[in-house]
Design a protein around this ligand. Sequence first.
Ligand SMILES: [Mg+2]
Length: 462
Amino acid sequence: MSDGSDLCTVLHVDMDSFYASVEVLDDPSLVGRPVIVGGAGARGVVASCTYEARAFGIHSAMPSVEARRRCPHAVFLPGRFSRYVEMSERLHAVLERFSPVVEGIALDEAFVDVAGARRLLGAPPEVARQIQQAVRLDMEMECGVGVARTKLLAKLASRAAKPVLTAEGPRPGPGVVVVLPAQELSFLHPLPVRALWGVGPATARRLDALGVTTIGDLARIPEDTLCRSVGVANGHQLAQLARGEDPRPVVATREVKSVGHEETFAVDIDSHDGLHGHVVRMADAVGTRLREARLVGRTITVKVRYGDRVTITRSHTVGAPLDSPRALGVVAGALLDAVDVSPGVRLLGVSVSGLLDTDTTVRQLSFDDGDEAGVAGPGPTRLVGSGRGGLVGDLEVGTAPAVPRQLAWHEVEAAVSAIRARYGNASVGPAALVGREGLAVKERGDTQWGPTVPAPSTGAQR
Ligand SMILES: [Mg+2]
């Protein structure tokens, strides 16, 4: 029996005291101290403060003069907006690894619709925990994640996920709070009406006059009474929210520039053998997500972060856009081969950029394994291509009227050769090209295309 968490596909991710946390991140001497970011002048207000400052009753929007009175020894900082924007970009990059549907609502807050991530990443509460972990590892910062069926509930849930102040100082909160469908009203009704969107000071005063303090009070008064007091549109919306209904969908706020997957290992891995299975699995995950999002891409990038946090990337651009998990795995594997992994790899990532919409892109040939919809049956013709060295792929020939460009296995092999010609091959001995069904061991450069094939790559090498 499901607990209904599958229906809770809306996540709200909210960074903890964002500006102040960025300052603490950049200056470790501030760890554990009350830090206030805001205007220092006579009319300045607090923009953000650490939980150590909140312990003194300080909160955002409080006049800075008042904050200084409450905590004279707090560290006051003017704020560095461009740095916050930079970290906000990082947050978006992390979130877009989990779903292409990310709606930013502030620098440090975003909704994420994870309905499409179910098969790959697990149920929404599990995805929320993965996001929290990824933010911690990638940004070295903390966030709260609310998980619910609607935007309103997810936003309120993330608030409940935050650190809590105690007499002994701030303590970590639950981090992830899930509001299951069966718990919606018991979660919502005790909260103050001011927690609802659309309840400003004027509406709050009118509701107060009606004896409405909590969202539960709001749910109990007749809707026409409400509408007479606060207006029809407003009253109708408030009544709806009080019942836990919120039909607004999560809308992606920016174009996705890449689809990727990365993982930090518990223990650094220092051999290609140890990393190959991971790179193939990640490429598989990325290909699956591309297909779910109906995207194809031309540039494949492998990212390697060593134990000392030094990070390098290797990219290659193929001639025709692709989304095949197997082809991505082969190209990503070759990119990884060209990297010296002996210092020990802490984080490995695979991403695809140069994205195009599948529907507006001429249909590519994919070489999948026969388990994809549309491969079997009377539709597409099937070919079997056989490369040298035992590399075999099934080619699905699209039934689209024109297929001017065909990416076949020999092109994947050419890509592999080009990668080796460009980057060299850091691995010792024969490089293993790992497919999902097994291994095809090839000596370096052992393809009919040889290492002289000019690299079609325009991929950025950072
Ligand atoms: Mg925040």
